[in-house]
Design a protein around this ligand. Structure first.
Ligand code: F6P
Length: 452
């Protein structure tokens, strides 16, 4: 199989000889603990063999539902936040036309994302745009109670029903949520929406290969069978029987732990040279940030889009505090072919590029940056991807998921919980006088009165 390819040479050179291999035993133990379900958070391992266990019949059920939405909607709003949002957006943006909303694509509905913020302007501009449009909603929330998503869904459900009537709205509203619990399930049961279940044992940030990601991706017109196929091949390439030195996820987990613990590299910057991958980095940031940032530990996951950010963050990366390393996703072959034209007057002095592909310049920018950053003390991990299509994106998704599971276990944390996220929610609910939070409301208001 053609595969994404990991190169850690330019990261390992910042470590003592043998430092990466010194993690072999720990990484193998972590991989085994995932496989045997003996690691912390072992009730959230449903993602581990998900790609190879998804059946064609289930993919067809998702596709059928997507087809109903595609046939009946000019716009589909995907309401969700965090893991109930980022995976779908990452894939749709990586595979879609960068100017999709401008080109008036008649084949595919416009996919919009909401429920991931509480911006009043954002929501009123969205609801304004949807006025008079035939739109549908995919309401995605594992807990079914997340405030950002729930309040957005309340607005969209009403608007959809007002515009299309209750009967027709029922056809174009889908819930992806828990099997029994939460407000999203309650609304779906009462209204009779089509639903998909998010398995109990798959946490939000590991859920892109469930209907959480697959339904919106299919709605956008992308091939979910190919996506899952890529993930399934990567599941095998990172399997328990694959030796450490040949297992890309094991090596990535080892080198990042070595950089963190042995070389003080506390920040990992996920870098792309294709703006379409911006949201892939956003998905990756949640995956690694929520999984590893706890117990006072964890690499801070950051991201940059190059060459764009070389003109903003490039200075810091080249010469700032040496606590960073980069992981670059490099796409070998773009899907388009564009040559620089020659210009008789050559006023811009760019005739030396005439006849070259745009990507040739991009690749030299990448190579030049890698050399400069390595010279400047920034370790470089490189993941090359043959091209951006469903199959290779599927590989990347599973690669990062399994590497995250291994890496978090090596770090010594439970990579599958996120207790820290509750702190802001508790304060927000107390401040908003949510029923059930009376004591917290009183306490927080007293605290604020004393602070002012
Ligand atoms: O799918 P839900 O339950 O709405 O949660 C969305 C996101 O919120 C979090 O639970 C954090 O509050 C994430 O872990 C999750 O991906």
């Amino acid at each position: 199989m053609n595969t994404i390819c990991l190169n850690i040479t330019k990261a390992a050179q910042f470590l003592a000889d043998g430092a990466v291999n010194a993690y072999e035993a720990k990484v193998n133990d972590a991989r085994k603990a995932l496989e045997e379900g003996t690691c912390p958070g072992n009730d959230f391992l449903g993602w581990l063999h998900l790609p190879t266990s998804i059946t064609p019949a289930f993919l067809q059920e998702i596709q059928d539902c997507a087809n109903v939405l595609r046939d009946n909607c000019e716009a589909i709003v995907v309401a969700g936040i965090g893991g109930s949002y980022l995976g779908a957006r990452a894939v749709i943006e990586a595979l879609g036309n960068s100017f999709g909303w401008l080109v008036g694509d008649k084949k595919n509905p416009v996919i919009l994302f909401a429920g991931n913020n509480i911006g009043e302007d954002y929501l009123s501009e969205l609801t304004d745009y949807l006025k008079g449009k035939k739109f549908g909603v995919i309401n995605i929330s594992k807990s079914g109670t997340t405030t950002e998503t729930a309040l957005t869904f309340r607005l969209l459900k009403k608007q959809c029903e007002d515009q299309r009537g209750k009967e027709e709205a029922r056809k174009v509203i889908v819930a992806v949520t828990d099997a029994t619990k939460g407000a999203a399930r309650a609304a779906a049961t009462k209204e009779g929406y089509k639903t998909f279940v998010i398995p109990d044992n798959v946490g939000g940030r590991f859920s892109v290969l469930t209907p959480v990601g697959l339904l919106p991706i299919a709605c956008a017109g992308f091939d979910i069978t190919k996506l899952v196929g890529g993930a399934a091949d990567m599941e095998k390439a990172c399997g328990i029987d694959v030796p450490f030195s040949e297992n890309p996820a094991a090596l990535y987990a080892a080198v990042r732990n070595a950089l963190y613990a042995e070389a003080g590299k506390k920040i990992e910057i996920m870098v792309n040279y294709q703006p379409k991958l911006h949201f892939f980095s956003e998905w990756w940031k949640q995956l690694y940030g929520e999984s590893e940032g706890k117990d006072g530990k964890g690499i801070f996951p950051a991201s940059c889009d190059f060459t764009t950010d070389l003109h903003s963050m490039g200075q810091w990366i080249q010469q700032g505090e040496r606590t960073i390393y980069e992981t670059v996703i490099s796409v070998e072959e773009p899907n388009s072919h564009l040559l620089f034209p020659s210009d008789e007057e050559n006023l811009d002095g760019l005739n030396f590029l005439a006849g070259k592909r745009v990507d040739e310049v991009n690749k030299m920018a990448e190579l030049g940056t890698r050399l400069a950053h390595v010279d400047g003390g920034v370790p470089n991990i490189r993941i090359s991807v043959p091209k951006l299509d469903e199959y290779y994106i599927g590989q990347l998704i599973y690669f990062f998921e399994i590497a995250c599971g291994i890496s978090g276990n090596v770090l010594g944390v439970n990579p599958f919980n996120q207790p820290g996220v509750e702190a802001y929610k508790k304060n927000m609910f107390a401040l908003l006088d949510k029923p059930g939070y009376e004591a917290d409301s009183k306490a927080i208001k007293e605290r604020l009165a004393n602070e002012i």
